[in-house]
Write a protein that binds this ligand. Structure first.
Ligand SMILES: Cc1ncc(COP(=O)(O)O)c(C=O)c1O
Length: 369
């Protein structure tokens, strides 16, 4: 059995290399400063208040979340100025959102008349003022209104509600992750920024000022964030990066701070071995094949010849050349395709400092609703 410096860690387990993490955080903070935009990282990517505090200490103006539980856990962890970037439409949840605003700055998105009315009703019942940003669809076809008359109409409705304050406009170019290559990603990013700045100008003509023009997924942020008139970027995944980002050309494998440590538990055939990380650890996020770079459910670090070809719930199947020396008991690391999904499946991450296990940090906001 090969001795490994991570032998003390029970597998399967996510590892986070502190040095890469810190570099990713400071690089994005540096980009925001250079571009003259506010950085409001999306913490769904890590769900760990301590990491969010590091991001804020490095210059982020606040944080972005997608779930209310996530917002509450982050507020408990001392985070201030929380942007809930998913529509909250249910009265019970709106009450919680308003309660949260007792202790920290809160803003939230809306993209429907019903949603705006529900927020306004909740806020006025509580005698509070709630900041609402209008969600715009820049091509992802998830939430958000198209950048047309319907957006102007809803922005006006938000402005007219006494209990609401119009916070501006936001978008998320999630479709960039399906782009065919780096050039298309760049185009999507540029379009994202321009679409939002044009809409802000249009709203201004109508007398509706947009304090925040918010954009930016990790894939597109370096283009969208440079468009003059954008005021805020909300990337999330950059903190760890993953093979999806590598395939899109927005990160290198050396920029991937998170890996999954897993042990070879069986080598039943010359061309196959089994590890103890399956879909309950790795998720079923499929790899994108970019040239011959990699295929499968993640990239095995230091073993370019190995493919993570199948994931069952508790086990992963690695396809190998018969001459591979991987043996039962060996520890390997897999760079996942989607780090955010791995995080949501993990109770904790092991922080690796100077190539030694240092501390174990709880993923406090995992499984948030
Ligand atoms: C609204 C919104 N903003 C920002 C992000 C961050 O995107 P990424 O993780 O690609 O950086 C997401 C991610 O899903 C999102 O939904």
């Amino acid at each position: 059995m090969t001795k490994n410096k991570f032998e003390t860690i029970d597998t399967p387990a996510p590892l986070v290399r502190e040095a890469i993490l810190v570099r990713n955080i400071t690089d994005m903070a540096g980009f925001a400063q250079q571009a003259g935009v506010d950085l409001r990282p999306h913490v769904k990517a890590h769900k760990i208040p301590r990491l969010a505090r590091i991001q804020v200490n490095q210059g982020a103006v606040g944080i972005t979340v997608s779930k209310l539980d996530e917002a509450e856990t982050m507020a408990e962890g001392g985070l201030k100025d929380i942007f809930v970037a998913s529509p909250i439409t249910e009265p019970k949840k709106i009450k919680r959102l308003l309660k949260l605003s007792d202790r920290t700055g809160v803003s939230v998105v809306a993209d429907s008349r019903e949603g705006v009315e529900a927020l306004a009703r909740g806020a006025s019942e509580k005698g509070k003022n709630l900041k609402v940003l209008l969600a715009i669809d820049c091509g992802f076809n998830l939430c958000g209104l198209p950048s047309d008359e319907s957006a102007v109409k809803l922005a006006r409705q938000i402005c007219e509600e006494e209990a609401l304050e119009f916070g501006g406009i936001m978008t998320h170019a999630g479709h960039s992750y399906r782009a065919e290559g780096p050039e298309i990603v760049q185009e999507i990013g540029l379009d994202e920024g321009r679409l939002m700045v044009d809409l802000a100008a249009r709203l201004k003509q109508e007398g509706l000022e947009c304090p925040r023009v918010s954009v930016g997924s990790t894939a597109t942020v370096k283009m969208a964030g440079m468009v003059k008139g954008v005021t805020e970027i909300c990337p999330g995944n950059y903190i760890f990066n993953d093979m999806a980002g590598v395939a899109l050309g927005v990160a290198m494998e050396e920029d991937c701070a998170l890996t999954v440590l897993t042990r070879v538990v069986s080598r039943p055939a010359e061309d196959r071995c089994i590890v103890d990380a399956g879909s309950k650890t790795m998720s079923l996020a499929k790899g994108r094949q970019s040239g011959t770079m990699y295929a499968g459910f993640g990239k095995v670090k230091g073993h370019p010849e190995v493919v993570v070809s199948r994931l069952e719930e508790e086990h992963g199947v690695l396809s190998l050349p018969p001459e591979s020396d991987l043996r039962v008991g060996d520890l390997i690391e897999i760079v996942p395709n989607n780090a955010g999904l791995v995080i949501n499946l993990a109770p904790s991450v092991h922080i690796i400092r100077n190539e030694e296990p240092w501390e174990e940090w709880k993923v406090s906001a995992r499984g948030s609703k």
